[in-house]
Design a binder for this molecule. Structure first.
Ligand code: 6PG
Length: 249
């Protein structure tokens, strides 16, 4: 159990190779499921190149759009028209071009407040899943994409925040972010994110070196506690690797 839970570290040359490797892994997860597919996207800058690839002819033409449903792991509590809105970025970069609109499932930020928004998204996820109890034998998502922030947060699960300890609810409101942008957030919780066949972290660039060093040292930060019940992969480029191990790989 422990060994299976350990993230698998994959090191690639640079951000471009990282996006390509991520795209291949998304395609492999899609190919592995002949039925209905659910992919949970992420925000921030890390997945942008991957989203561009998924929108390109080379990849987009091979995606069975009618069978894929797109969700998002966390959202900034801003209107869809705001440039900070995570799902709006994914839509503009690739989804709106090819995905049936009913298959794009944004976190509803027009709700009264982040808690109401979280409740609505939990209901949407539960209706898609067909139940409100997660069965380890039947994961909610085929794939969950993740990024890591400078403080070790992932999704909008910030270190020391109660949202990280949530064991029951699938989605929660986060009144105040720990890092910029300082807008309230709505985030899936660790158990909901864990319910997937693969959780894929994209960690690229020198800016990520300090936090990756802390994670590799096993610090108990949200990004290290976020694990798939299936496979967890940390996809890392050389610039993000700690000095000490960069030469050794
Ligand atoms: C968000 C994200 C967040 C992100 C990390 C990394 O809404 O900001 O979902 O968890 O993945 O902060 O952000 P970058 O990719 O911009 O470094």
């Amino acid at each position: 159990m422990e060994a299976a839970d350990k993230p698998k570290l994959i090191v690639v040359a640079d951000a471009e190779a990282l996006a390509q490797t991520a795209a291949e892994r998304v395609m492999a997860r899609i190919a592995a499921n002949p039925g209905r597919i659910a992919i949970c996207l992420t925000g921030g800058s890390s997945p942008k190149q991957l989203y561009q690839l998924l929108g390109s002819d080379a990849y987009g033409d091979k995606i069975p759009w009618e069978r894929v449903h797109w969700f998002i792991g966390d959202e900034r509590f801003v209107p869809e028209s705001d440039p900070l809105n995570n799902m709006a970025i994914a839509r503009a970069t690739f989804l709106d071009r090819s995905a049936p609109s009913g298959h794009i499932n944004p976190i509803p930020t027009a709700a009264e407040n982040p808690d109401r928004s979280a409740e609505a998204y939990a209901r949407a996820l539960q209706s898609f899943y067909g139940g409100d109890r997660l069965d380890p034998a039947r994961p909610l998502f085929d794939m969950v994409l993740m990024g890591v922030g400078p403080d070790g947060h992932t999704a909008s699960l910030f270190p020391g925040y109660p949202a990280v300890e949530e064991t029951d609810r699938w989605v929660v409101g986060v009144p105040k972010a720990n890092v910029a942008p300082f807008v309230p957030r709505v985030t899936l919780t660790l158990p909901a994110l864990a319910s997937c066949r693969e959780m894929l972290f994209e960690i690229a660039g020198h800016d990520k070196q300090a936090i990756l060093t802390r994670l590799l040292n096993g610090e108990n930060l949200p990004a290290i506690r976020a694990r798939s019940n299936g496979e967890t992969v940390w996809l890392v480029d050389r610039a993000a690797l700690p000095e000490g191990i960069r030469g050794g790989l």
